[in-house]
Write a protein that binds this ligand. Structure first.
Ligand code: ADP
Length: 206
């Protein structure tokens, strides 16, 4: 089906944290607005305590308003009938229903753009992203720079108190004190338990 004379489609922007996914999503949204398309932007969030309108910001400080959603049903419910472009950021947090919602919208002629990280901190597929890649018309996998060696980074390194986090931690840590770095495969460390902690990268390489 077409909406306002245009075919629908699904675009996925994926890759490691800091690879520029939000920048790319914002670029596409801004260009759609310049083209006078009707655009709705959503941001998936697990923790909906904060409610209200949120923003997606890129590194150059520009930002755009996004409606927080905690389930794929929210997206289906909030999309207006005349919307031509639907963007969803942080889509790795969505439930698997996002596949059907994205497909239905694309079948109705909507350009669907989703963005999210492809791997969890263990280096395993994150949420619905793998399946979204399978049904997408267009895929862009972006890379960051490994903070250890400067090569291309593909993996999300979770750190707790500056040390690699063990594999058995929860995939999603709401409000945790952990931090993340972009790293290449060789410098991505996932010890099997806290007792088995790897030394700090700087201890090993310094
Ligand atoms: P994402 O949405 O993929 O997490 P953002 O769009 O929020 O990424 O941020 C991308 C920006 O992050 C880059 O343009 C760069 O300025 C900055 N940045 C910080 N750390 C790194 C890194 N290790 N590799 C590449 N870019 C980085």
């Amino acid at each position: 089906m077409v909406r306002d004379g245009r075919e629908g489609s699904i675009e996925v922007i994926t890759g490691v944290m800091f690879s520029g996914k939000s920048e790319e999503l914002l670029r596409r949204v801004r260009r759609a607005m310049i083209a006078r398309r009707t655009v709705q932007v959503f941001k998936s969030q697990l923790d909906d305590r904060y409610g209200g309108i949120q923003t997606i910001s890129s590194h150059d400080g520009r930002e755009i308003e996004a409606r927080p959603v905690s389930s794929s049903r929210d997206v289906a419910e909030f999309v207006d009938s005349d919307t031509e472009v639907v963007a969803v950021d942080e889509v790795q947090f969505m439930d698997s229903g996002i596949l059907e919602v994205a497909n239905d919208l694309a079948n109705q002629g909507v350009r669907v753009i989703v963005s999210g990280t492809d791997m969890d901190f263990r280096g395993l597929p994150f949420g619905p992203i793998g399946s979204l890649l399978a049904i997408a018309e267009k895929i862009d996998k972006l890379h960051a720079i490994c903070v250890v060696c400067g090569d291309l980074a593909t993996r999300n390194q979770r750190l707790i108190d500056g040390r690699p986090a063990p594999a058995e931690g929860p995939t999603i840590q709401v409000g945790g004190l952990e931090s993340y770095e972009a790293r290449c495969r060789a410098h991505h460390l996932v010890p099997s338990s806290l007792d088995d902690q790897m030394p700090l990268i700087s201890d090993r390489e310094g």
